[in-house]
Design a protein around this ligand. Sequence first.
Ligand SMILES: Nc1ncnc2c1ncn2[C@@H]1O[C@H](COP(=O)(O)OP(=O)(O)OP(=O)(O)O)[C@@H](O)[C@H]1O
Ligand SMILES: [Mg+2]
Length: 226
Amino acid sequence: MALTVENLSKNFGKTTVFKDISFTVDRGEIVCIMGKSGEGKTTLLRCINNLETVDSGSIKINNLYLCNEVNGKIQYASKENMKEIRQEMGLVFQNYNLFPHMTVMENILEAPLFLKKTNRKDIEKRANYLISELELKDKENNYPYQLSGGQKQRVAIARACMLNPSILCFDEPTSALDESTRSQISKIIRNLASQNIAIIIVTHDNAFVEEISQRVITLSNGSISE
Ligand SMILES: Nc1ncnc2c1ncn2[C@@H]1O[C@H](COP(=O)(O)OP(=O)(O)OP(=O)(O)O)[C@@H](O)[C@H]1O
Ligand SMILES: [Mg+2]
Protein backbone atom coordinates (compact mmCIF):
# COMPACT_ATOMS: atom_id res chain seq x y z
CA MET A 1 0.00 0.00 0.00
CA ALA A 2 1.36 3.46 -0.86
CA LEU A 3 -0.56 5.19 1.92
CA THR A 4 -2.07 3.69 5.06
CA VAL A 5 -3.89 6.03 7.43
CA GLU A 6 -5.11 4.50 10.69
CA ASN A 7 -7.24 6.01 13.43
CA LEU A 8 -5.97 9.46 12.62
CA SER A 9 -7.21 12.38 14.72
CA LYS A 10 -6.52 16.08 14.46
CA ASN A 11 -7.63 18.96 16.66
CA PHE A 12 -6.96 22.66 16.48
CA GLY A 13 -7.16 23.61 20.15
CA LYS A 14 -10.60 22.51 21.27
CA THR A 15 -11.90 22.06 17.73
CA THR A 16 -11.84 18.52 16.41
CA VAL A 17 -11.19 18.51 12.66
CA PHE A 18 -11.35 14.72 12.24
CA LYS A 19 -11.34 11.77 14.59
CA ASP A 20 -10.21 8.17 14.15
CA ILE A 21 -10.21 8.16 10.37
CA SER A 22 -8.69 5.24 8.47
CA PHE A 23 -8.20 4.61 4.76
CA THR A 24 -5.64 3.30 2.31
CA VAL A 25 -4.54 4.31 -1.18
CA ASP A 26 -2.70 1.93 -3.47
CA ARG A 27 -0.18 2.82 -6.16
CA GLY A 28 -1.88 3.52 -9.47
CA GLU A 29 -5.17 4.41 -7.77
CA ILE A 30 -6.97 7.74 -8.15
CA VAL A 31 -8.90 8.61 -4.99
CA CYS A 32 -10.95 11.78 -4.56
CA ILE A 33 -11.61 13.28 -1.14
CA MET A 34 -14.81 15.30 -1.05
CA GLY A 35 -16.70 17.12 1.67
CA LYS A 36 -18.17 20.48 2.52
CA SER A 37 -16.05 23.56 3.09
CA GLY A 38 -14.31 23.45 6.47
CA GLU A 39 -14.64 19.66 6.93
CA GLY A 40 -10.87 19.27 7.05
CA LYS A 41 -9.84 18.14 3.57
CA THR A 42 -6.88 20.49 3.25
CA THR A 43 -5.86 19.75 6.84
CA LEU A 44 -5.84 16.02 6.05
CA LEU A 45 -3.60 16.57 2.99
CA ARG A 46 -1.31 18.77 5.08
CA CYS A 47 -1.03 16.05 7.75
CA ILE A 48 -0.20 13.39 5.15
CA ASN A 49 2.49 15.72 3.74
CA ASN A 50 3.89 16.53 7.18
CA LEU A 51 3.00 20.21 6.99
CA GLU A 52 0.76 19.78 10.03
CA THR A 53 1.11 17.46 13.03
CA VAL A 54 -1.59 15.02 14.12
CA ASP A 55 -2.83 14.24 17.63
CA SER A 56 -3.17 10.48 17.40
CA GLY A 57 -3.12 7.59 14.96
CA SER A 58 -0.64 6.63 12.28
CA ILE A 59 0.33 7.52 8.72
CA LYS A 60 2.40 5.00 6.81
CA ILE A 61 4.02 5.87 3.46
CA ASN A 62 5.03 2.65 1.68
CA ASN A 63 6.76 0.79 4.52
CA LEU A 64 7.79 3.75 6.64
CA TYR A 65 5.77 5.39 9.38
CA LEU A 66 5.59 9.17 9.06
CA CYS A 67 3.97 9.03 12.48
CA ASN A 68 2.83 6.23 14.72
CA GLU A 69 1.52 5.76 18.23
CA VAL A 70 4.00 4.22 20.61
CA ASN A 71 2.69 3.54 24.13
CA GLY A 72 -0.18 5.89 23.50
CA LYS A 73 2.12 8.73 22.41
CA ILE A 74 2.49 10.06 18.89
CA GLN A 75 5.97 9.58 17.50
CA TYR A 76 7.28 11.05 14.23
CA ALA A 77 9.85 9.44 11.93
CA SER A 78 13.56 9.91 12.53
CA LYS A 79 15.30 12.62 10.54
CA GLU A 80 16.76 10.00 8.22
CA ASN A 81 13.43 8.28 7.54
CA MET A 82 11.73 11.65 7.19
CA LYS A 83 14.08 12.54 4.34
CA GLU A 84 13.16 9.32 2.57
CA ILE A 85 9.44 9.85 3.20
CA ARG A 86 9.62 13.41 1.85
CA GLN A 87 10.91 12.15 -1.46
CA GLU A 88 7.98 9.76 -1.81
CA MET A 89 5.42 12.57 -1.47
CA GLY A 90 4.38 15.35 -3.80
CA LEU A 91 1.78 18.01 -3.10
CA VAL A 92 0.27 20.42 -5.61
CA PHE A 93 -1.22 23.31 -3.68
CA GLN A 94 -4.45 25.06 -4.61
CA ASN A 95 -2.58 28.30 -5.36
CA TYR A 96 0.38 26.34 -6.81
CA ASN A 97 2.91 27.96 -4.40
CA LEU A 98 5.48 28.62 -7.13
CA PHE A 99 8.48 30.78 -6.19
CA PRO A 100 7.63 34.12 -7.83
CA HIS A 101 11.28 35.21 -8.26
CA MET A 102 12.27 32.00 -10.04
CA THR A 103 11.68 30.91 -13.64
CA VAL A 104 9.76 27.77 -14.52
CA MET A 105 13.00 25.80 -14.84
CA GLU A 106 14.39 27.17 -11.56
CA ASN A 107 11.16 26.32 -9.75
CA ILE A 108 11.37 22.75 -11.00
CA LEU A 109 15.08 22.32 -10.19
CA GLU A 110 15.04 23.87 -6.74
CA ALA A 111 14.14 20.95 -4.45
CA PRO A 112 16.14 18.22 -6.23
CA LEU A 113 19.25 20.42 -6.38
CA PHE A 114 18.80 21.18 -2.69
CA LEU A 115 18.43 17.49 -1.79
CA LYS A 116 21.36 16.48 -4.07
CA LYS A 117 20.06 12.95 -4.55
CA THR A 118 21.71 12.74 -7.96
CA ASN A 119 24.01 14.96 -9.99
CA ARG A 120 22.95 18.17 -11.72
CA LYS A 121 23.05 16.63 -15.18
CA ASP A 122 20.55 13.88 -14.32
CA ILE A 123 18.35 16.36 -12.48
CA GLU A 124 18.28 18.64 -15.54
CA LYS A 125 17.54 15.68 -17.78
CA ARG A 126 14.49 14.75 -15.70
CA ALA A 127 13.37 18.41 -15.61
CA ASN A 128 13.57 18.64 -19.40
CA TYR A 129 11.64 15.40 -19.75
CA LEU A 130 8.84 16.65 -17.46
CA ILE A 131 8.80 20.07 -19.14
CA SER A 132 8.22 18.46 -22.48
CA GLU A 133 5.71 15.91 -21.08
CA LEU A 134 3.70 18.76 -19.56
CA GLU A 135 3.95 20.90 -22.69
CA LEU A 136 5.91 23.73 -21.09
CA LYS A 137 8.81 23.69 -23.54
CA ASP A 138 8.51 27.32 -24.64
CA LYS A 139 7.83 28.54 -21.07
CA GLU A 140 10.87 27.31 -19.19
CA ASN A 141 12.41 30.77 -18.84
CA ASN A 142 9.15 32.50 -17.92
CA TYR A 143 8.39 33.69 -14.41
CA PRO A 144 5.14 32.54 -12.75
CA TYR A 145 3.44 35.91 -13.38
CA GLN A 146 3.98 35.32 -17.10
CA LEU A 147 1.98 32.06 -17.06
CA SER A 148 -1.71 31.20 -17.31
CA GLY A 149 -3.44 29.35 -14.48
CA GLY A 150 -3.27 26.03 -16.30
CA GLN A 151 0.42 26.54 -17.07
CA LYS A 152 1.19 27.34 -13.42
CA GLN A 153 -0.69 24.20 -12.46
CA ARG A 154 1.45 22.15 -14.85
CA VAL A 155 4.67 23.68 -13.48
CA ALA A 156 3.51 22.75 -9.97
CA ILE A 157 2.85 19.19 -11.18
CA ALA A 158 6.28 18.97 -12.86
CA ARG A 159 7.90 20.23 -9.68
CA ALA A 160 6.03 17.69 -7.56
CA CYS A 161 7.08 14.88 -9.92
CA MET A 162 10.80 15.68 -9.97
CA LEU A 163 11.68 13.33 -7.10
CA ASN A 164 9.70 10.42 -8.56
CA PRO A 165 7.17 10.31 -5.74
CA SER A 166 4.96 7.29 -5.09
CA ILE A 167 2.12 9.50 -3.85
CA LEU A 168 0.90 12.76 -5.38
CA CYS A 169 -1.68 14.92 -3.64
CA PHE A 170 -3.71 17.71 -5.24
CA ASP A 171 -5.74 20.32 -3.38
CA GLU A 172 -8.61 21.59 -5.57
CA PRO A 173 -6.67 21.17 -8.82
CA THR A 174 -9.48 22.43 -11.05
CA SER A 175 -10.89 25.32 -9.06
CA ALA A 176 -9.18 27.97 -11.19
CA LEU A 177 -9.39 26.20 -14.55
CA ASP A 178 -11.83 26.30 -17.44
CA GLU A 179 -13.34 23.13 -18.87
CA SER A 180 -10.76 22.37 -21.56
CA THR A 181 -7.86 22.99 -19.18
CA ARG A 182 -9.61 20.73 -16.70
CA SER A 183 -9.72 17.84 -19.13
CA GLN A 184 -6.05 18.42 -19.95
CA ILE A 185 -5.24 18.16 -16.22
CA SER A 186 -7.31 15.00 -15.83
CA LYS A 187 -5.43 13.45 -18.74
CA ILE A 188 -2.12 14.33 -17.07
CA ILE A 189 -3.27 12.92 -13.73
CA ARG A 190 -4.50 9.68 -15.31
CA ASN A 191 -1.17 9.35 -17.06
CA LEU A 192 0.65 9.76 -13.71
CA ALA A 193 -1.56 7.08 -12.13
CA SER A 194 -0.71 4.75 -15.01
CA GLN A 195 2.95 5.22 -14.03
CA ASN A 196 2.06 3.55 -10.73
CA ILE A 197 1.74 6.70 -8.63
CA ALA A 198 -0.99 6.87 -5.97
CA ILE A 199 -3.12 9.95 -6.61
CA ILE A 200 -5.15 11.73 -3.92
CA ILE A 201 -7.31 14.63 -5.05
CA VAL A 202 -9.25 16.97 -2.79
CA THR A 203 -12.03 18.51 -4.84
CA HIS A 204 -15.51 20.06 -4.89
CA ASP A 205 -15.77 19.58 -8.62
CA ASN A 206 -18.38 16.87 -9.31
CA ALA A 207 -17.73 16.82 -13.06
CA PHE A 208 -14.02 16.30 -12.42
CA VAL A 209 -14.78 13.45 -9.98
CA GLU A 210 -17.01 11.80 -12.61
CA GLU A 211 -14.21 12.13 -15.12
CA ILE A 212 -11.31 10.88 -13.07
CA SER A 213 -12.13 9.19 -9.79
CA GLN A 214 -11.90 5.48 -9.12
CA ARG A 215 -12.88 5.87 -5.46
CA VAL A 216 -14.46 8.68 -3.50
CA ILE A 217 -13.87 9.28 0.20
CA THR A 218 -16.19 11.77 1.88
CA LEU A 219 -15.19 13.71 4.97
CA SER A 220 -18.15 14.77 7.06
CA ASN A 221 -18.43 15.71 10.73
CA GLY A 222 -14.89 14.53 11.36
CA SER A 223 -15.46 11.03 9.97
CA ILE A 224 -15.01 9.47 6.57
CA SER A 225 -17.20 7.25 4.46
CA GLU A 226 -16.57 5.54 1.13
N1 LIG B 1 -3.96 26.56 11.33
C1 LIG B 1 -5.22 26.45 11.79
N2 LIG B 1 -5.54 26.83 13.04
C2 LIG B 1 -6.77 26.69 13.53
N3 LIG B 1 -7.80 26.17 12.83
C3 LIG B 1 -7.56 25.78 11.57
C4 LIG B 1 -6.27 25.89 10.98
N4 LIG B 1 -6.33 25.42 9.71
C5 LIG B 1 -7.60 25.03 9.52
N5 LIG B 1 -8.34 25.23 10.64
C6 LIG B 1 -9.77 24.87 10.80
O1 LIG B 1 -9.92 23.50 10.55
C7 LIG B 1 -11.11 23.22 9.84
C8 LIG B 1 -10.82 22.50 8.55
O2 LIG B 1 -10.17 23.38 7.63
P1 LIG B 1 -9.69 22.92 6.19
O3 LIG B 1 -8.99 24.05 5.57
O4 LIG B 1 -8.97 21.64 6.33
O5 LIG B 1 -11.09 22.66 5.48
P2 LIG B 1 -11.41 22.24 3.98
O6 LIG B 1 -12.26 21.01 4.05
O7 LIG B 1 -10.15 22.16 3.20
O8 LIG B 1 -12.31 23.46 3.47
P3 LIG B 1 -12.41 24.13 1.99
O9 LIG B 1 -13.27 23.19 1.17
O10 LIG B 1 -13.12 25.41 2.25
O11 LIG B 1 -11.04 24.30 1.46
C9 LIG B 1 -11.79 24.58 9.66
O12 LIG B 1 -12.75 24.72 10.68
C10 LIG B 1 -10.67 25.57 9.83
O13 LIG B 1 -11.15 26.79 10.34
MG1 LIG C 1 -9.37 23.22 1.59
